[in-house]
Write a protein that binds this ligand. Sequence first.
Ligand SMILES: Cc1ncc(COP(=O)(O)O)c(C=O)c1O
Length: 401
Amino acid sequence: MPKTSERTQKFGESVIRGMTRLANECGAINLSQGFPDFHPPDVVLKAAEKAAREGPHQYAVTWGAPNFRSALARKQSRFMQLPLDPDENIVITCGSTEAMMVAMMTSCNPGDRVIVFSPFYENYAADAILCGAKPIHVSLHPPKFRFDPDELRRAFQQRPKALVLCNPSNPSGKVFTRNELHVIAELADEFDVFVLTDEVYEHIVYAPHEHIYFASLPGMFDRTISCSSLSKTYSMTGWRLGYVIAPRTVIDEARKVHDFLTVGAPAPLQEAAVTALELPDSYYGELQRLYTHKRAIFLKYLDAAGLSYTEPDGAYYVMVDISEFGWSSDTTFCEWMAREVGVAAVPGSSFFQEPINHLIRLHFAKSPETLSAAGDLLLQLRDKAEKVPSAIRSELAKTPI
Ligand SMILES: Cc1ncc(COP(=O)(O)O)c(C=O)c1O
């Protein structure tokens, strides 16, 4: 049998998806993979029923159905405060996942370097490998997840082609401040670097923090490839609708990459999702309130369970510090926790380039019932974790997820 490519051997299977499988296998509440257990808004479901009956059911225009692009341009122009042209500045993709791949392939040649903050969403490393780029990691130092501007400058001095900016950030929950974004913008300008943003959590930000679109900073639109999706904003991660926003010259190239990767995003779902994009601004205020409430409930449980964590400024993840339990492996801890406590988390080490293994990531994009069931189980975590004999911990460490 011929050998599969070396490229694929450079990365393992997604740890997050592995944890989801483990959660399903042992019946744990899955707070690992970040998706809601509630539906998109009702009006959008009705539009989906109509689209299912009436179509379209064949390919849409490869870079996005015109009515979907127009609705998106209107909405994003409003929020990004940029005059976006649906025919010039937008490519519709299969989620932000494809958008990021398109952005990286459009901006980088094999061998180019890409700055990626660590911890990072695990897809970025795979994206870099798939397009032959080499990541340069810059630390976001826990527990506050701030970067050191001198370290960032040293990374820019290695002449990268692009920088990946996940804002609001998964897994850390960091929302970059205007000052931090200015530091990045000045360096990007000085070293003539593309900034590839992943802004899937653009509407999930907790006051007093605010989301600032990198592309909206003075002079930055021309070097920014903004990626995002409808997945998190409208609770429709399975619809696979995302987008790239960039200047015309970049979009011309991105369209080709997207065309040859996937041809197009699902046509009937684009039709239905126009309704989502046309929701009034009050929808986004309501979404903020909903997640602010979920965060408050979840953090209350973590407090009651006596756990230390970093309060997220945005997105719907919390990094919990497990160092006090004295386990040597966060992966082993998460596996044990799924089986014995009944809650699945993601080992923090899967997000860090640095040897950090004292953090685990939990998410709270769940219904009140799920959050309270998970919260009750987490109240037992400390007691159970402290009682596990070290022989069992080392035995568990021998069998990866
Ligand atoms: C930072 C980040 N980017 C992208 C994605 C995936 O987004 P999409 O469903 O739009 O592909 C996720 C999902 O968890 C994410 O956390």
